[in-house]
Design a protein around this ligand. Structure first.
Ligand SMILES: [Fe+2]
Length: 524
């Protein structure tokens, strides 16, 4: 197969198939009797309604979430009439959708931007499925997904990729084009799925509105990103587990504190809009349905006895960045025991989960760098990024102290945010190189977002002052591929040659392994 042949994944021209006969065609009358609001079962669309592709996510042993959104005019509010519209879905055990195992109808509403979130149950654990939607006479592309293995099942291997930070304006998504062709079971997205900024010149493509604030703004921004064919290909190839960082709302926000001057009331309204649009565009379960400015996103996924993912939300419950935020020396606020990244409830949930876990690898999927990193190469001057865990020292000490004391098996932290690749040993005391290593951290570079070239030299120069940091690269964009078995975890930093070309090549920049029972990474 041609390296760039996606015909088994996408495009609708090739893959539009008729739904199997015998599923039955809904009439407007039948539907209208079930839902009180006005329903149009056979709407006419101004354009192809599945313009944003399909996705699946939150895999459990017996099912996944299937996602799409009806948007015939995606960049202008979606282009749907202000009525409820039923969407048929089906899921099959084969790629050609012949062995259909489940079908159903879901009602889409204007309230949720005609988004579809189907929670399928009754599937078999640890296997591939294919799915498709239909509305009126239109059918969606076929997506592929995979259930998690059985809860206590013995699992030999898990392969996944993680990614973050896909600023539309900074480049194209050749990384997703390659990710879609990887032999993996799962994708984890660690946030900055969109950026909130207005249009900027100089990049290969531009945002479609000024800085986003309203619900309509956020919806149009998600739609813009989701029109990208490579992003759609990666969604339609694997189930995704998603979490957010700051740019899904506002740069470096913390809880209800915005980056810029905005009243708390205005920012609360903005967060409500942003969280709702996030839910509408992600394959999330009903448990993540937003409630005003709140959305429950931290959650856990188990892959048999091999791996457990603790997916964190370090923005919604965070205390404000200390010392005025930024890259600077720490003030006393950075050591405040009340300062938190996760909030106390999520912290308790995390520690409890790690304590009870039966998994061979315990993954903490989160946003900003957890390891200490002193950005100043001089041993006598310390400069930290206070938006990272370096601004929340007591909270980090609690977590790393817990790892030292309770020793959950093989903890591995995976991180996004900083648009560059890093490997860290997580130490009980970062100032003492001989102190215990209690975990490993892999930080993935961005899909596109910028790591300013002028930062590369100073960060590299500071490596000698941070001996627990095993690797840093700021030059390349891409994603991280991980292969886990009972004995070892391998991480491959997959990078594209450029983000200015949709067809850019990919290669492996560096690989590291963690051996079972030995926290810390070794380069291979
Ligand atoms: Fe980012």
């Amino acid at each position: 197969m041609d390296r760039f042949d996606f015909s088994h994944l996408l495009p609708r021209q090739v893959k539009r198939r008729r739904f199997l006969s015998g599923i039955g065609v809904l009439t407007g009358l039948a539907i209208a009797s079930q839902w009180p609001t006005r329903v149009v079962a056979r709407p006419r669309f101004s354009g192809y309604p599945f313009s944003l592709g399909v996705a699946s996510g939150d895999p459990l042993p017996d099912g996944v979430v299937l996602w799409t959104r009806l948007a015939p005019d995606p960049l202008n509010g979606g282009g749907m009439p202000d009525v409820n519209v039923p969407v048929r879905w089906q899921i099959a055990a084969d790629e050609s959708m012949r062995q259909v195992v489940k079908v159903g109808t879901v009602m889409t509403t204007p309230d949720l931007a005609h988004s579809v979130h189907v929670e399928v149950h009754g599937l078999k654990p640890g296997r591939w499925y294919w799915y498709q939607f239909r509305v009126g006479n239109e059918v969606s592309p076929i997506g592929r997904t995979r259930t998690a293995p059985g809860l206590h099942e013995h699992v030999e291997e898990l392969k996944f990729a993680f990614a973050s930070c896909q600023d539309w304006q900074n480049g194209y998504y050749p990384a997703y084009r390659h990710m879609a062709l990887e032999d993996i079971d799962l994708v984890v997205h660690l946030g900055d799925y969109i950026y909130e900024y207005g249009p900027e010149t100089g990049g290969p493509r531009q945002h479609n509105s000024p800085e986003i604030v309203t619900l309509a703004d956020y919806r149009n921004r998600y739609a813009l990103y989701k029109t990208d064919p490579n992003l759609q290909a990666a969604h339609s190839a694997f189930p995704w587990i998603v979490t957010w960082d700051d740019h899904e709302v506002d740069n470096n926000y913390a809880n209800l504190i915005p980056e810029d001057d905005q009243s708390q009331e205005d920012f609360s309204r903005r967060r409500t809009n942003a969280y709702q649009a996030y839910y509408e565009h992600m394959p999330l379960r009903r448990s993540s349905l937003p409630n005003g400015p709140n959305l429950l996103l931290y959650r856990r996924f188990t892959f048999g006895n091999l791996a457990e993912f603790n997916v964190l939300d370090t923005r919604q419950y965070r205390t404000d960045q200390p010392c005025g935020d930024g890259l600077k020396a720490r003030c006393t606020e950075a050591f405040d025991p009340g300062a938190t990244m996760t909030g106390s409830e999520q912290e308790e949930w995390l520690l409890e989960g790690l304590d009870k876990s039966q998994a061979q690898w315990n993954v903490i999927a989160q946003q900003t760098i957890m390891a200490e990193y002193d950005f100043n190469p001089s041993p006598s001057v310390d400069v930290f990024n206070l938006d990272q865990w370096d601004g929340y020292v007591a909270a980090r000490d609690r977590f790393l102290g817990f790892l030292a004391q309770r020793q959950p098996v093989n903890p591995v932290v995976i991180t996004g945010d900083i648009h560059s690749s890093w490997v860290h040993d997580l130490k009980v005391d970062f100032n003492d190189p001989s102190s215990q290593t209690v975990g490993t951290e892999f930080v993935g570079t961005s899909i596109t977002s910028d790591f300013p070239a002028q930062f590369i030299a100073p960060v590299t120069a500071a490596l000698s002052d941070n001996p627990h940091t095993k690797f840093f690269d700021g030059a390349f964009r891409g994603y991280v591929r991980c292969n886990l078995n009972r004995d070892r975890w391998q991480t491959d930093f997959r990078v594209v040659s450029t983000i200015l070309d949709q067809d850019a090549d990919i290669s492996t920049l560096a690989s590291f392994v963690v051996e079972d029972g030995q926290p810390g990474a070794q380069r291979v």
